[in-house]
Design a protein around this ligand. Structure first.
Ligand code: CTP
Length: 419
């Protein structure tokens, strides 16, 4: 296999029955040339336009057409495919796939995908996949513009499917209109963009705080909170992927720190304050995704507290607000992103805290919304910026939200233009 920027990535290219299938080999060639492991899945109709052998030769992998080996069209089944190339052995294709591209995509596959129909190998795989998907439609202009196709396309877009829009041109029918497959180069270009992280944090030092803190009551007990650290760890990972030097200051969390970050493990809010201030002094950006305690026991006991009384009163004192301390010490050009957990009037509260704490960005989320907040893999958030941008985001994986937050921070700080 060739090596290149896409080395280690598995891309499924689905080819369906349109005359434009003759252009699909160019997409495969381009992706293989960039180092990707490309597995082509064809519908039976597609095999009437291009032979599987063409794709097998270009990709170096068996081409899958049929669900079942006994109904073979002269082409390999997944089982054969899995037993042949080393790269697929023991790995379920849907799980191993980093990106799926359907090019050309007929009205039929678009309709099936939009409605959850799985009646051949390609449609079944598409349903089973959780990776990003690019659809490159190609069809007759009247089909393209029919209400049902348009509705199906809208449905898929709403679910996050990316469309390489069909171009206007002379179609197979001789008519000039919209329906011609997007240029294979540009389809491969979208794939590259999706799979290769932007390198827009190169030369930037980013401090991310994550997780809860533990405030000791005595040698065996503490006051803590439900923060899991997932949001902060996702931010650290994505900032690293985008080329940043990342310091992760983390309270107790069961997560593995992303490989390549400078990891500082802390226990209490006081320790977190120390670690954050020290690393922020040399950094360009601070993202406070942690949930440090607002109060700690005033005088933690040196010995285990015995249950000798019916009532026990713990006196708590305020901890320092790390965000405000950092904002107070900031140098010109340093950026600060804060979080806020609000259960009502989220935007209003967010605006108030953004201004009060002198932040560049505040990410507001409501832990009472389903699939948001502590220890979930998804979040529902709004992002407010100093310059007045307000984004109310749909539910998304924390890793994707991390990328959106980083992009907003980079734009807000004007870092995009300089490099
Ligand atoms: N934070 C901090 N230092 C603390 C506590 C919180 O820097 N001791 C940061 C968190 O990392 C997060 C933001 O402040 O970025 C969270 O603020 P939030 O808990 O929503 O509200 P508060 O500002 O603490 O205000 P209130 O409790 O009044 O809502």
């Amino acid at each position: 296999m060739m090596s290149g920027p896409l080395s280690g990535k598995t891309i499924v290219v689905g080819v369906t029955g349109s005359i434009a299938a003759f252009k699909a080999p160019q997409i495969v060639t381009r992706l293989v040339g960039q180092g990707a492991n490309v597995v082509v899945i064809m519908t039976e109709n597609a095999t009437r336009f291009v032979t599987p052998l063409t794709f097998e030769t270009l990709s170096g992998n068996a081409v899958v057409v049929d669900m079942f080996p006994d109904r073979n069209t002269g082409v390999t089944s997944l089982e054969d495919a899995a037993s042949r190339p080393e790269r697929l052995r023991h790995v379920h294709l849907a799980e191993a796939t980093d990106l799926a591209i359907v090019a050309p995509a007929t009205a039929n596959i678009i309709g099936k995908m939009a409605n959850g129909v799985a009646d051949d190998f390609l449609s079944t795989e598409l349903l089973a996949m959780t990776c990003p998907t690019i659809m490159a439609p190609a069809m007759n202009v009247r089909m393209m513009e029919s209400d049902v196709v348009r509705e199906n396309v809208e449905k898929l877009k709403a679910r996050g499917v990316i469309f390489a829009e069909a171009e206007v041109g002379r179609l197979a029918s001789g008519v000039v209109g919209k329906g011609r497959l997007a240029d294979p180069e540009s389809i491969a270009g979208i794939a590259l963009e999706l799979l290769l992280p932007k390198q827009d944090l190169v030369g930037r030092r980013v401090v991310v705080s994550a997780g809860p803190t533990r405030e000791p009551v005595d040698p065996v007990r503490f006051i803590g909170n439900r923060s899991s650290g997932k949001m902060g760890y996702a931010l650290a990972e994505r900032a690293l992927r985008r080329g940043g030097d990342v310091v992760l200051v983390s309270g107790p969390s069961s997560l593995e720190p992303p490989h390549g970050v400078e990891y500082i493990r802390v226990e209490t809010a006081v320790e977190m304050l120390g670690a954050v201030m020290k690393s922020f002094a040399e950094a360009d950006l601070l993202i406070m995704a942690a949930a440090p305690a607002d109060y700690r026991p005033a005088e933690p006991s040196d010995v285990k507290i015995k249950k000798t009384t019916d009532r026990l009163t713990l006196e708590l004192v305020r901890t320092d607000d790390i965000l405000s301390e950092a904002a107070g010490a900031r140098r010109e050009g340093q950026g600060i992103v804060g979080f806020a957990l609000e259960t009502n009037a989220e935007l209003e509260e967010g605006r108030r805290k953004l201004a009060e704490k002198d932040l560049d960005i505040i990410v507001v989320n409501n832990p009472l919304v389903d699939d948001a907040g502590f220890d979930t893999d998804t979040n529902v958030a709004a992002i407010l910026t100093r310059s007045g941008r307000e984004l109310e985001l749909a539910k998304m994986p924390k890793k994707d939200l991390a990328d959106v937050i980083l992009t907003e921070a980079i734009n807000e700080l004007g870092w995009g233009q300089r490099r």
